[in-house]
Each structure stands twice: as C-alpha cells, then as structure tokens.
Design a protein. Structure first.
Length: 401
C-alpha cells in the first residue's frame, strides 16, 4: 500500500513521521495500530465476495473516518462510501472522495445548506452526493436548501434521495408500505431531488449472535422491502436501488435478490464484538486488523496493569480482548479506568506478563474507538516483528455535526 502524502496545511507531527520504517517496538503506547496485511486481506475478500454475487458495495467510512482508506476501498471496487454526518461527508470530499451517501436524516437548515453546497461541489467534480429522508418535512427542507443554493450560486445540482424504511432497527425510518410510497412521490415533485431508492439497514440484526437469528431477522426485512418496492413500482415509479446490510448480515442481503448494495464497513478492521457472532459459513473469513498497542506499567502477584484505559478505546460494546500472540497464554482485560487496564490470567498455565511487556488489545467497537485518535499507525509484517509502513490520518475525527 503506497503512502498518501500529507496535506501541506496539516503536516504529520515529527515523532510520527520518524516512526515510518521503524520496528513495531518503536511505537509509543497507547496507540491505535492497523495491521495492514490483515486489512488488505479483508479488503480483498470483500471485493471478491461482491464481485461473485454481482452486487455493489458502499462501505461505511464512519468506521475508519479516513479519506485515504475510503479511496483505497474505492480502488478495490467500492462505488463510494456511506457516512452518518454532514461533517463526515465534508471530510471525505475534502480528502478526495467524490461519491458519498449520508445514510441518515438531516433536518437543521444550516446543516442542509452545507449539504446543498457539498452537492454542488461534487456535481462540479463529476461526483455525486446522496442522502436519506424519513419525513415530508425532511424532503421539503432539503428541496428548499438545494433551491437556495442554486439561486445563490447560479449553478444547479441534483442530489440522490433514499427513503429510509424501518426494517427492524427501530431508530429512524418510516414504516414499510404506503408511508414510504408517499415519500417517494413527494421527492419526485422537486426538480433538485432524485428518488434513488430505499435505505433498508437493519442495525440490530448485525449483533444477533446466532446465524439463525440473523437469518430470521433479515428474512422479515426482505419481505418489508419487497412489499414497499412493489407498492412504489405499481405507481410507475422505478426503485433503482435498495441499499443496506452490515458486516454481520451481508451474506443474507446479498443472497436476497432484493438488495443491490451492501453498506458493511466493520469488515475492514473487525472488532471484539463482531468476533462474538457465530459465523455464517457463507461469509468471508474476516480478520482482526485494528489493535491498541499497550504496555504493562505495573505488576503484582494477582494482576498486571497496562497503560490503555477507556480514553484509548470505546466500551459501548464491551471491554477489549487481549490478542493472544502466544498460544496458551491468554489474558483477560478488566476495567481500570481512564488510563489503566487490569490484566488477569484466565486459567491454569497462564502467567501474568512481565513489567514493560507490550500487548495488543482488540477494541470492543471499532467505530468509536477510531474516533478517539488523530492517527492510526499502519504496520506490515505482523505485530510481533513487523515495521511501521505508514501513518493514516483520521480526517473525520470529531465530525459530529
């Protein structure tokens, strides 16, 4: 993987620049580290899966928040990226990503003005912006923002708009059926908006532990989507695309014949929470590629302490697990607070790590963990004896608006 040059206005800190080419032992702790070899294998397996099933893939960049990794995914065959926030979309476009879908609702007029400006910018670059809606008010506000931007600039642009259908997430989205139909017809009333299809993401299904539970949940979602699509098409309105799916269920949406685009993002890094899922035999074998490097800073007879606490990793999906580089020497990570982690042995034959020992943690949830860091350190050649290959900027860190 070729390094991406730093932007002149935001050079890398000197200490990070000097890391490139040095062994992994030179990485200070705690640090967010990407095993680039494992990441590339995950990327290749996803590209192969999508090609085999003749389905588009548009991974969620909200996971890695890096325009460099977004472009790497598009080079591998992704059609573009998803984001959840206007600021994330702006960060991706600023980094050279020209096909972005805000798979979320935007309601505030000042944010919609930014959306409209971004749509115009991408149109001028022969790119495309898309957004989800789940209310008539959302449609009218978006149309107004697009019209105001056209009047102010004298330039016109069209934004793709997806109707979000609640297929089980119980978060945003309209009920399947007639409400979704009404929204699709409303979108078509506005020249600056193009009805692009249905957003049908079932987030809760991603973390159902058994493969059978996930199959049952996605089967219901597929029926909801089919019903809604038939209603819309019966009115003479084409539904060009159904987009959705995550890393936990992507094989089911791909096999449905209904979904035309996969939004899975966590496959690139994987995390401890996804590792708890029973693997569907049809799913590619994705590997852990994101780690927190940490060091043992204290030790006693009952436990050791490392320097990676909650400020270095998110805990919304549980605590990190300790990556076992040495077979049969497994450790358990326990809550030690903001700056510390408590390490205990898990059974007979396991010994506590020595003072100064480097360890590797697998975060419970990759997305919010990445958001805690300005940079990711990419290594090749493995975590034990590899070297630092590149520094990856987290462009959209803190992009919450």
């Amino acid at each position: 993987m070729k390094p991406t040059p730093d932007t002149p206005t935001r050079p890398l800190p000197g200490a990070l620049r000097e890391l490139v080419g040095r062994p992994v032992d030179a990485i200070d702790t705690p640090a967010l580290v990407v095993d680039l070899d494992a990441m590339q294998r995950n990327l290749g397996r996803m590209a192969e899966f999508a090609q085999k099933h003749d389905i588009r893939w548009r991974p969620h960049a909200k996971m890695h928040k890096s325009s460099a990794l977004a472009k790497l995914q598009m080079q591998a065959g992704a059609v573009g990226v998803c984001v959840q926030k206007t600021a994330e979309a702006e960060a991706m476009v600023a980094g050279g990503v020209h096909n972005v879908y805000i798979s979320n609702e935007v309601i505030a007029p000042h944010k919609l003005a930014r959306v409209a400006a971004l749509a115009q910018k991408l149109a001028a670059q022969h790119g495309q912006l898309a957004m989800a809606v789940d209310s008539p008010e959302g449609v009218s506000r978006l149309a107004q923002a697009m019209n105001e931007a056209r009047v102010a600039s004298g330039k016109s642009a069209v934004i793709d708009v997806f109707v979000e259908v609640d297929v089980g997430q119980r978060r945003c989205g309209v009920a399947p059926g007639s409400t979704a139909l009404a929204l699709a017809l409303e979108i078509r009333r506005h020249p600056a908006l193009r009805f692009a299809g249905l957003q049908a993401y079932h987030g809760k299904a991603q973390h159902l532990r058994s493969a059978q539970e996930r199959r049952e949940a996605i089967a219901v979602a597929v029926e909801d989507v089919l019903y809604t699509r038939r209603l819309i098409e019966a009115k003479g309105v084409p539904v060009d695309l159904v987009t959705g799916a995550g890393t936990g269920s992507l094989v089911l949406e791909a096999a449905s014949g209904v979904y035309g685009e996969l939004q899975a993002g966590s496959f690139l890094f994987m995390d401890a929470d996804y590792a708890r899922n029973e693997r569907d035999p049809a799913q590619p074998q994705f590997e852990h590629a994101l780690f927190i490097k940490t060091q043992v800073i204290s030790s006693c007879a009952t436990h050791s302490v490392c320097d990676a606490g909650h400020k270095s990793h998110a805990i919304d999906s549980g605590l990190p697990t300790v990556h076992a580089l040495d077979a049969g020497n497994e450790l358990e990570y326990a809550n030690g607070g903001d700056e510390h982690g408590i390490l205990r042995t898990t059974g007979v034959g396991t010994r506590l790590p020595d003072l100064g020992r480097f360890l590797w943690l697998i975060p419970g949830h990759c997305d919010p963990t990445v958001n805690l860091h300005d940079f990711m350190i990419g290594v090749t050649g493995g975590l034990r004896a590899g070297k630092v290959e590149r520094i990856i900027r987290v462009d959209a860190r803190g992009a919450l608006t």
